[in-house]
Design a protein around this ligand. Structure first.
Ligand code: B12
Ligand code: SF4
Length: 493
């Protein structure tokens, strides 16, 4: 069959540009890889990274004229996927439309009730083979029953039906390597807002799932808190494959790279032997750092760590069920610095339910006064399926019948307009202060780090080589655009 796959752009407020980083859409790429291996003709469009307008997307679809259109619908991209689906059905109602990813997994019932005449199937769960099985059913629909394929929802005779849950992919070693010929562009790595020129960037995952259950996170529900990890040998084989395809920067999308330290250690030791020219990047919990392990991680080529620090307030961390303390975060930053990780980046969130302005300020103070090379201050958002959603619904703070189609900024529900303005301003000022003479001590401290780290030197040289772009980056970082999701309508809303 002829299959079009799209990674739609997340929805931001009207006239607001999404300043996210352009990133290879691994999920739909893996789905496409499997479909292509099963003999289908597959084309993939990454609308989110290509900055395509909806009209351009439709032109792309018309040119391909597919039988099936599959789209990745993370919550923030759901309404974009509906907009595309409506435009496609208006052009050719025969095209079968399938949505996959988080939102259809959690909200299949609501989606099919409201959009069941536009969306034909919702695929639930992380299992990448469901779409291939579904297409097999559609091609020879008499032989197989839809009920035999787990994880599919659809509408028949005005009734929404759900086949049983699909099993999670148990053995990650059995998954195919990505078929990069499906991507029609290259990606560059963007570290702390600075795009690394001449880098050929790709994502990878060593593990899936997470044993924790933070209240703002969608991962535990999606993967039933079931953690699985590839064998270190397979992961090294994948790095050899990535190297053979010319990738020079690889970011692990594991939410928590060090859940199984033994496997990480073995991976690092095996990878080091290969002497590949690949820089890699990870995200870890602050309570999983140890200097000996990080020494191996650095020796094997890891250049940056993102730490999920979230807040400097224990009350808020407890609400997030994060099971860490601010002291642990401080220690983790010191350990990573001592291990000579080139970029130690902190991820923070502001605007938890009824978080006070003093608490927000504490977090900003922590970010600015720690030894972090960069930080991200995000505004807390809720979407269906996360524990915080259930909490806010049970306290009658959030109306699920209104909010289910997109993600909602918590502070829009729990803070006054004046408080919200103060929080957003605090964030803006924090970014300005990060690159200002107030932090001259920190800047002077980073000079020897730049001189002694070949990686940081390369980034510095890239930056100077393209000073116009660099200057724009600084202006953008200092005047960070805050994108507010959610103000978006389709013909049907
Ligand atoms: C890497 C990543 C990013 C990257 C790239 C995003 C991208 N376009 O792929 C960046 C840094 C840009 C990013 C940004 C954001 N992200 Co993000 N991100 C992730 C992360 C860590 C890994 C995603 C990944 O590559 N997984 C590996 C692939 C192989 O798996 P997968 O994507 O889940 O795909 C599988 C299934 O979902 C399914 N599938 C996927 N698409 C389709 C399509 C069809 C048709 C079918 C049948 C199946 C299917 O099959 C795939 C194979 O098993 C996840 C957390 C996680 N562990 O999933 C968060 C996550 C997806 N992000 C999240 C969020 C909130 C965001 C932001 C909105 C944050 C923000 N406020 O700015 C932005 C949105 C930007 C954007 N462009 O979409 C949430 C989404 C929650 C939700 N309800 O949708 C997650 C789950 C994090 C979390 N802790 O809750 N993100
Ligand atoms: S935030 Fe990280 S540690 Fe917490 S549940 Fe999500 S993936 Fe796990």
């Amino acid at each position: 069959m002829k299959i079009a796959l799209i990674n739609p752009t997340p929805v931001v407020g009207e006239n607001e540009k999404y300043y996210g980083q352009s990133w290879p859409p691994l999920g739909i790429l893996l789905v496409g890889t499997i479909l292509k291996a099963r003999g289908h003709t597959v084309k993939l469009l990454d609308q989110a990274s290509n900055d395509f307008s909806f009209d351009q997307v439709i032109m792309w679809i018309k040119k391909m004229d597919p039988q099936v259109l599959g789209m990745s619908a993370m919550t923030m991209a759901f309404l974009s996927s509906i907009k595309i689906a409506l435009m496609v059905k208006a052009w050719n109602p025969k095209i079968i439309i399938v949505l996959g990813h988080y939102h259809p997994t959690i909200c299949a019932q609501e989606i099919l009730e409201k959009y069941g005449d536009t969306v034909d199937y919702c695929v639930r769960g992380e299992n990448e083979y469901i779409m291939a099985d579904l297409l097999e059913y559609l091609e020879h629909d008499s032989n197989k029953s839809l009920a035999d394929i787990g994880g599919v929802s659809y509408k028949k005779n005005e009734i929404v039906k759900h086949t049983p849950e699909a099993s999670l992919s148990k053995n990650l070693d059995e998954l195919p390597f990505f078929d990069f010929s499906l991507l029609n562009r290259t990606y560059h790595h963007n570290l702390a807002g600075i795009e690394l020129m001449n880098s050929n960037f790709m994502g990878a995952f060593f593990s899936r799932g997470c044993p924790y259950s933070c209240t703002y996170c969608a991962v535990s529900r999606f993967s039933n808190r079931t953690f699985r990890v590839k064998s270190p040998e397979k992961m090294v084989e994948e790095f050899l494959y990535l190297n053979s395809k010319g990738f020079t920067e690889v970011a692990f999308v594991d939410d928590n790279f060090i859940v199984n330290p033994k496997k990480v250690l073995k991976f690092c030791k095996l990878l080091r032997r290969e002497k590949l020219d690949i820089n890699w990047h990870i995200e870890i919990r602050v309570d999983s750092t140890s200097k000996p392990l990080l020494d191996h991680v650095v020796a094997a080529g890891c250049k940056s760590i993102n730490f999920g620090i979230e807040s400097a307030n224990q009350r808020i961390l407890n609400y997030y069920n994060k099971k860490i303390t601010p002291h642990q975060s401080m220690q983790a930053i010191k350990t990573a610095k001592a291990a000579k990780i080139d970029f130690v980046i902190g991820l923070f969130m502001l605007g938890a339910p009824f978080e006070t302005l003093t608490e927000c300020q504490n977090t900003i103070h922590f970010a600015l006064n720690s030894d972090l090379d960069y930080f991200f201050l995000n505004v807390v958002e809720v979407c269906p399926g996360i524990p915080m959603w259930d909490d806010l619904v049970s306290r009658n703070i959030l109306d699920p019948t209104i909010c289910w189609q997109t993600s909602t900024r918590v502070m829009d529900l729990t803070h006054t307009e004046a408080q919200r303005a103060i929080i957003l301003n605090m964030i803006k000022e924090a970014y300005k202060e990060f690159i200002s003479f107030k932090r001259i001590g920190w800047m002077l401290k980073t000079i020897p780090e730049i001189l002694t780290s070949p990686y940081k030197r390369r980034i510095g040289i890239n930056f100077l080589k393209n000073i116009k772009n660099g200057a724009q980056t600084i202006v953008r970082l200092r005047n960070l655009q805050l994108s507010g999701f959610g103000k978006f309508t389709t013909d049907k809303t």
